[in-house]
Design a protein around this ligand. Structure first.
Ligand code: KE4
Length: 431
């Protein structure tokens, strides 16, 4: 097999770097964690992406989650084409917004009312604001290793452990913005209990990924989930499940249905928009009634509930509701996970794989990986070599050790087998 050339990608990326910071429109796709240049793609079809040099890859990013039914899923494509014929944006109510809201509310029982927005970031930013408006309190708890979009007040890393105060982790985020954000350790019940004992009456909300994808896949313990629900209820704080990534991914009703825990608010994105720019936040009616114009907490957006995005979301959720893919995804994902771990075991490579349904992370370390501190012990250089080795084998994985890979319904048994075979070859080069 001749070495694939990515000359056109290279040229395009060189130009892109003159036009856009880092040559990309999202830092996550800049290959910062793996080195080298991002690949420039031309099209996606089913389980595959094709770059502008004509190279085809088995795609496990799936647009960072939305493509659970593969690229160019027919029902979504058709719905978008039909919606475009009626106009692209009105800035006024449409029936499609009612229909998508009905689908979301029916799918996620804890969501009694919902507001559509344009991204996961907008959803989490708005949910935090509503929780603060509803409680009249300022402090928000988040967890190290959890990412909720580029919300200023959540772009923080743990400060001095004792105070669990946070410090901004990006220039441009002010001390003032992060003063009320507390960063705790995921799965640390003791620290959560202590924080609520000391500051419970000042806490507006706790936000977390109920299945983490942004430190790699990490799951909450039952004890942690129980403590979260009990402590927030006792303190009158809002429990927000950020299901932007795991919502409609790990189950039609999200991680909350797997864990049997009912949050007060849920944020959504990615799959809910069928791959178009759409997010949503929703929850208890008594909380959501505080959102302007029903209530006084400001929230607005020119393209919120956009007709094209809502058409895609309706088609996606309708398909997931009527032909649930989750059992099939569980089978194919389990087979991939077993193949990847067997490849590492056979090659004598330290590894630990965490998986929930069709989202998983192969950590290059012995594990267990239960929080950010343990995830951060992974061998990121070994991951980078694995990533590029798999690229050369025609397999496109998330470009960071601290991300989740996603399996779609379109990844055939042959694709899974090819991926496992590729991994068997690549891991032998990782010694
Ligand atoms: P967006 O604003 O990117 O639509 O959503 C932000 C967000 C919120 N909450 C969770 C749990 C998320 O995973 C995300 C976004 N996820 C990243 C991937 N880890 C998006 C990739 C990117 O930023 O390009």
């Amino acid at each position: 097999m001749t070495e694939p050339t990515r000359e056109k990608s290279h040229q395009a990326y060189q130009r892109a770097q003159q036009l856009m910071p880092g040559g990309v429109n999202s830092a996550a796709r800049a290959f910062g964690a793996v080195g080298g240049e991002p690949i420039v793609f031309e099209q996606g079809q089913g389980a595959y992406l094709q770059d502008i040099d004509g190279n085809r890859y088995i795609d496990y990013i799936g647009s960072w989650g939305p493509m659970i039914l593969g690229h160019q899923f027919e029902a979504v494509k058709e719905a978008v084409h039909q919606a475009v014929e009626r106009g692209t944006s009105f800035g006024a109510p449409t029936l499609a917004e009612n229909e998508l809201a009905e689908l979301i509310i029916a799918a996620v029982p804890s969501v009694e009312m919902v507001r559509l927005v344009n991204s996961g970031t907008e959803a989490t930013m708005s949910a935090i604001r509503v929780a603060r408006g509803f409680t009249g309190r300022d402090k928000v708890i988040k967890f190290a290793g959890n990412y909720h979009g580029h919300v200023d007040s959540l772009l923080v890393s743990a400060g001095s452990a004792a105070a669990t105060l946070s410090v901004p982790n990006s220039p441009g985020v002010t001390e003032g913005t992060t003063r009320d954000t507390l960063v705790l350790n995921y799965n640390d019940c003791q620290q959560l209990e202590t924080t609520f004992a000391e500051q419970g009456d000042q806490i507006a909300a706790v936000i977390l990924e109920p299945v983490c994808g942004n430190m790699g896949v990490v799951t909450p313990t039952p004890e942690f989930l129980s403590a979260l629900r009990q402590l927030t209820t006792q303190a009158g704080a809002v429990l927000i499940f950020d299901e932007v990534m795991c919502g409609f991914r790990v189950a039609f009703s999200g991680a909350q249905s797997l864990w049997g825990v009912t949050p007060d608010m849920t944020t959504m994105g990615k799959i809910v928009g069928g791959g178009l720019p759409l997010g949503a936040f929703g929850g208890r009616r008594d909380i959501m009634q505080h959102v302007l114009p029903a209530g006084k907490v400001f929230q607005a957006g020119t393209l919120s509930g956009n007709p094209i995005a809502t058409a895609a979301g309706i088609a996606m959720l309708t398909s997931l509701r009527d032909q649930p893919p989750y059992d099939a995804l569980e089978q194919s994902s389990r087979k991939l996970a077993e193949g990847l771990t067997d490849a590492c075991r056979t090659a004598g490579i330290e590894h630990c794989l965490n998986r929930v349904g069709s989202m998983m992370t192969l950590f290059f370390q012995d594990g267990p990986v239960v929080d950010w501190e343990s995830a951060a012990r992974s061998d990121v250089d070994r991951f980078a070599r694995f990533f590029w080795g798999m690229i050369e084998q025609g397999v496109y994985l998330p470009c960071s050790q601290f991300e989740a890979l996603f399996v779609s319904t379109e990844h055939s048994a042959a694709d899974i087998d090819a991926t496992i075979e590729a991994a068997r070859q690549v891991v032998t080069t990782l010694k």
